[in-house]
Design a protein around this ligand. Structure first.
Ligand SMILES: [Zn+2]
Length: 444
């Protein structure tokens, strides 16, 4: 079996891996890069890409050059695509694959991606989804893929054991051990597959100052503490897809006698998951309300989904109702919703609870948010924990799997892997690793 990381050996985002035998070629993930292919120190602005053709994106180097993967492609055809989780930097370029290709993914990932396609400019357009389940092996050609559900900031994320031609590869996807599904991690360590030749392990947090990862439960407590201290409206700056975090905000609203006001995108996303235990606009979750904003209503109408408007009317709240008791409301906010949120009018002792990676606050795109906050005297307080494992958990995973070779992926710091496992091999993008040639015996 052969492994080629088409992109991701020395960067975070844009992951694309090929694992192949003589007769089967599987592609794991096809993400949108986060840094420019022509200058990896530059953040990639992908806003123009939804309108560009496969050929143009290949020429730019945004699509990785993988033969047999795209429409009208030449070369031996790819057999299937397998997705680890529904984050754009893992699936964002999927709209360009050959239309007949099956895409293997978790049911949660399928639901999130289908719901996102209505709202986001970049469409995945999955034509042939094949749903895979935790620890249920699937055979694709002569390769067996066994998914393992993992804890991550994306819903229903998976790692994969990939077996073929007598070799075993383990691809972690993105994972952590401190979210709401943290128990999956010790469970995995206790029964980790053995005989792994090659471990492809993410290392997002390597190079960041090492500190103990706060748990999602601690983040929930922090949100409650902030909410009790600030009497005004609480604006929430978080991902509408980070289900763990949305649950934290709902519970914090509940604990403080308030309500969680979501936008139409978040409302639809939560409902699309189809899980009874996850808050969504319904009689079962009376503390969730929906703010109808002009920007998202236009998007929904443009997608031909206007029937959604009626669906959430029973749970609708408007700016005037929020303004009657501002302190009780946790309101999802993003820059595109500024005009609607400004209608609340009263921002006395208000706070924006910043619940994303801190690094984004320093980016140019945050300046408009900052200007809005300054205009109304709204302060920022942070409540966030990473979606990715810290170095100590990465080390535990490597030690449990005992791979013959550890290959860095989804990291800016491949050099830091040496401290995690005795035998590390850093590949270059597009470079093939033939597992038949990996020497036995691990020095760790
Ligand atoms: Zn991710």
């Amino acid at each position: 079996m052969k492994v080629i990381i088409h992109r991701g050996t020395k960067e975070i985002g844009g992951s694309c891996i090929e694992v192949s035998t003589a007769s089967t070629r599987l592609i794991f993930d096809l993400g949108m890069p986060l840094v420019a292919p022509w200058n990896k120190t530059e953040k990639l602005d992908s806003s123009g890409y939804p309108k560009m053709s496969t050929r143009e994106l290949l020429d730019l180097g945004v699509l990785p050059p993988v033969s047999g993967l795209y429409d009208n492609a030449d070369g031996s055809p790819v057999t299937a695509v397998v997705l680890s989780h529904p984050h754009q930097d893992h699936y964002g370029l999927l709209g360009h694959i050959r239309r007949d290709l099956p895409v293997y993914l978790s049911d949660g990932a399928r639901r999130i991606i289908a719901a996102s396609d209505i709202f986001l400019p970049l469409k995945a357009k999955i034509q042939h989804p094949v749903v895979v389940e935790d620890r249920r092996p699937v055979v694709i050609g002569d390769i067996t893929v066994t998914p393992y559900l993992v804890d991550h900031s994306a819903f229903a994320a998976m790692s994969f054991l990939i077996e073929g031609e007598g070799a075993r590869v383990f691809y972690t996807g993105d994972f952590r051990a401190h979210g709401r599904k943290w128990k999956l991690f010790p469970k995995f360590l206790r029964s980790a597959p053995q005989g792994v030749d090659c471990l492809l392990m993410e290392g997002t947090t390597l190079g960041r100052p090492e500190q103990r990862m706060e748990t999602e439960a601690e983040i929930e407590d922090k949100i409650v503490e902030i909410a009790r201290r600030r009497r005004g409206v609480k604006l929430i700056y978080a991902s509408g897809q980070n289900v763990d975090r949305l649950v934290s905000f709902y519970k914090a609203a509940q604990a403080t006698g308030g309500q969680f006001v979501v936008d139409l995108y978040t409302a639809y996303m939560l409902e699309a998951l189809g899980h009874d235990s996850i808050p969504r606009p319904s009689a079962a979750f009376p503390r969730m309300r929906v703010l109808y904003t002009k920007f998202l209503m236009r998007k929904i109408a443009a997608s031909g989904m206007s029937e959604l408007f009626a669906r959430y009317r029973p749970f609708e709240i408007d700016a005037r109702e929020i303004a009657r008791a501002p302190g009780k409301n946790f309101v999802m906010y993003r820059e595109s919703l500024t005009a609607d949120v400004e209608e609340i009018g009263d921002f006395n002792d208000s706070v924006l609870i910043y619940s994303l990676y801190e690094g984004y606050r320093r980016e140019a795109s945050f300046q408009k948010v900052q200007a809005f906050l300054d205009k109304h005297g709204i302060v920022i307080e942070s409540a966030h924990t990473s979606g990715h494992a810290g170095a100590s958990d990465l080390k535990k995973l490597a030690e449990a799997l005992k791979p013959r070779v550890l290959v860095p992926i989804h990291t800016f710091e491949p050099g830091k892997y040496a401290g995690l496992w005795g035998r590390v091999q850093t590949l270059g993008d597009g470079q093939a690793l033939d597992l038949a040639c990996v020497p036995a015996g691990v020095k760790s």
